[in-house]
Design a protein around this ligand. Sequence first.
Ligand SMILES: *Cc1c(COP(=O)(O)O)cnc(C)c1O
Length: 390
Amino acid sequence: MVPDKNGYFGGFGGKFMPETLMFAVQTLERVYHKFIQDKEFRKELNFYLNTYAGRPTPLYFAPNLSKKLKIKIYLKREDLCHTGSHKINNALGQILLAKKIGKRRIIAETGAGQHGVAVATVSALFGMKCAIYMGTEDIKRQRLNVYRMKLLGAEVVPVESGTRTLKDAINEALRDWVTNVQTTHYLLGSCLGPHPYPVMVRDFQSVIGREAKTQFLKIERKLPDYLVACVGGGSNAIGLFSPFYLDKSVRFVGVEAGGCGLNTGFHSATLEKGKPGILHGTKSYVLQDKKGQILSTHSVSAGLDYPGAGPEHSFYKDTGRAVYVSVTDKEALEGFRTLSETEGIIPALESSHAVAYLKKIPKHKTVIVCLSGRGDKDMEQAVKYIKINE
Ligand SMILES: *Cc1c(COP(=O)(O)O)cnc(C)c1O
């Protein structure tokens, strides 16, 4: 799906930015359009994706879980990427673009810390200065990732405003960008923000779906019935879905964080419970009250704990190309445990949402699930919530 020249997918997207950032956003748009088609650029990006990030990632047939659920399940193993999640695909793409624009400093936001770690990693690789904005609530919850970022040479900037979580970190990163736009690239972590970020992040993540499609066709000699992925901002999901956009027989299911349940107010189910609005420079579904104030969100997985979702997903929802569902914290924790026990693969709590949804897929169908990340970062949460027989 190609957005219009103003960056709209149907009624969603655009760029709602302060004047001071318009020039930077337009420069990025020009450079992105120039290089995304450029053979040399693609070659350089592929070099780093293959030799540094560990691509292509396997498409693994999960025999035990398939047998248990009576569907045919393939896992796209983004958990095997360097730094432990799909975030590195986009971080590498954007830092190479930043180099082309001549930027020497990188800033980013992070919630769980996965994006922060990916950005700190590529900044170390390319010798760039790096500052990561992170809410103090998340700093507390994700101590080990804070240490990782510092070890990689990044400065972690604590954010005390608002609910002290991801959306507040994005606000502060935008403020930094306004001040330092001459030298600095804002390396946004999901398919959000003003145009060209949603389409650019989508393009860098669509390596997931392109690989999965080739791999699946080679094994099964047909297309899958379903694609399933968790949705925070939506980058791993859109990365898997978009190369199948024109394959109308393939159903897309985005799984949001249902938290304590959609009627409790403690969830992050933006596409199911939100209304169109503007957040962080783009028009999309947003969790907001009647006056347009952003609602606070909840999820057991910090990476899904965000009150917005990308404009392309908003468009997929309204056109019916994808359906958006949710599973609760409890179901996600069950999915986490089930995949560990059946396949010997410990998924990230975010990815566990996609795994947990599989029991609702009709019998005998074939499914590709995006395993967006590995669960090592979630052990403290797991110890707290999952009791194992002693
Ligand atoms: C960040 C993250 C997500 C959520 O982000 P999307 O942009 O929705 O993909 C999901 N899974 C993992 C492992 C993550 O680190």
